[in-house]
Design a protein around this ligand. Sequence first.
Ligand SMILES: [Zn+2]
Length: 551
Amino acid sequence: MIPLCCALLLPGCNGHNTRAARRFIDEHVARIAPVAQAANLAYWEAATSGEAKAYDRYAELELQKRRIYSNPEEYAFIKKMKEQGGLKDPVLAREIELLYLSYLPNQMEPELLREITSLSAEVEKQFSTFRGTAGKKRLTGNDIEAILKTEKRTAVRREAWLASKQVGAAVAPDLLRLVRLRNKAAQKLGFRNYHALSLAAGEQDQKELDKIFEELYDLTNAPFFALKQQLDAELAQRFHIRIEELQPWHYQDPFFQESPMLQDVDLDGYYAGKDVKQLAARFYQGIGLPIDSVLIRSDLYEREGKNPHAFCTDIDRAGDVRILCNLTESERWMETMLHEAGHGVYSYYLDRSLPWLLRQEAHAFTTEAIANFFGRLSRNPWWMEQMLGLPPEQRLKLEQVSGTYARLKQLIFSRWAMVMYEFEKELYADPDQDLNALWWTLVEKYQGIKKPAGRDEPDWAAKIHFTIAPCYYHNYVLGELLASQLHASLVKSVLPEGGGKSASYVGSVQAGAWLRSRVFAAGALYPWDEMIKRATGEPLTARYFVAQFVN
Ligand SMILES: [Zn+2]
């Protein structure tokens, strides 16, 4: 039972509050931990088997979790403890803080929440069933992608690009309704809008994020436009037009978010005939973070009915960590294997003596950072040289191409992510403004792409993330920045003199130990910004990302 009497306690009654908070947490964990574990297992079973029964069980268990977190009396108790509890034990105070953050977004009015959930499912369905058309032809996402990658005729590209935006016009009215509903629910909880609520629930602050994004903008501005000029010159030549005539459909993908293919990069060849799983196992063993007990429980190869993507899951916060992959002998799957195993070592090497509530990663983006940190190694020439036994001349060749590729990829992605961050912030701040115009203003400012003359369509709404993963996109960027900051810190503090640029981490037990003690062990004991300061000696900054990929 919930010690409701405590909600009436006078502030300052510390001993009593401490006992009440402790009791509440113990009872809460006794209820939530088994449901969370069962839900994780059901999801695992669903993803590995594709069975409808498992999906149903997963949905039911998620609902059970949500019921626990939406209890208003419990929320009131936690909020009171957080604000007036005077809890002296920092671990206990942190547990209460994390509970507050879990309960907060679930306090939306039940009626509103139902409306939001069903409308967002509706828009998501529209996304999965909608097909754009070019002339009389219906185009799938893959068709559009293929055309923008290879097609030489501008008219065909234009049609494909226009088709890719049609879903935007189809979903925009519902999506806007969804944004207003989300805002209404957030405002009832005392927040400016839904964007502010989402950030608060993730312990993020708009001013703090703005600062990081501004820094990234300033530091990438000149290099990005220099690179874009080069790229535009190449595109103009390829399509036999003048640079001023370039349109959004001349780029490689509908949003200009990916780097263009470079003819001379074929990294897959290096992984043909290699055992990607064994390479990962050997590498992690070598840095003192063995993943054998993760691999034993994992499901790594393609099978009928199985989820075709990849993920890592911590089933019980007690060492049952599993990876789902669909490995083939390719660079992409080497990257994915290293990436998922990065999530895996973070979860697996958490300090298991931490209380259950703190036995999780500091933030979704900090585990993404570790995953990116390791995933990047699959095309690191020095890593490839050592792990694949390449002769030095091949490594030299790789150095030339993979450096250019990484630079292109990171620069283009970071500018695109700025559009997403700024737009989403504005979308929730004022959904009634001229969003179609705003979108193109931002695209031009950050990506240097001009709006096609006279266009006034909801092109922004064609990006599915606004629907299914609202107010989350910025975390992809933060994950990249942190991966670079950790790399810089490691180079400075544990790698041998001059090992910076050519750091491969192969066999570096010190690097493994550093990550384990400075990042993994703490779990969620500290908020993400404090964890980063403790680990690297300074707040999260874009500087190291820029140093690694841009300059
Ligand atoms: Zn990931």
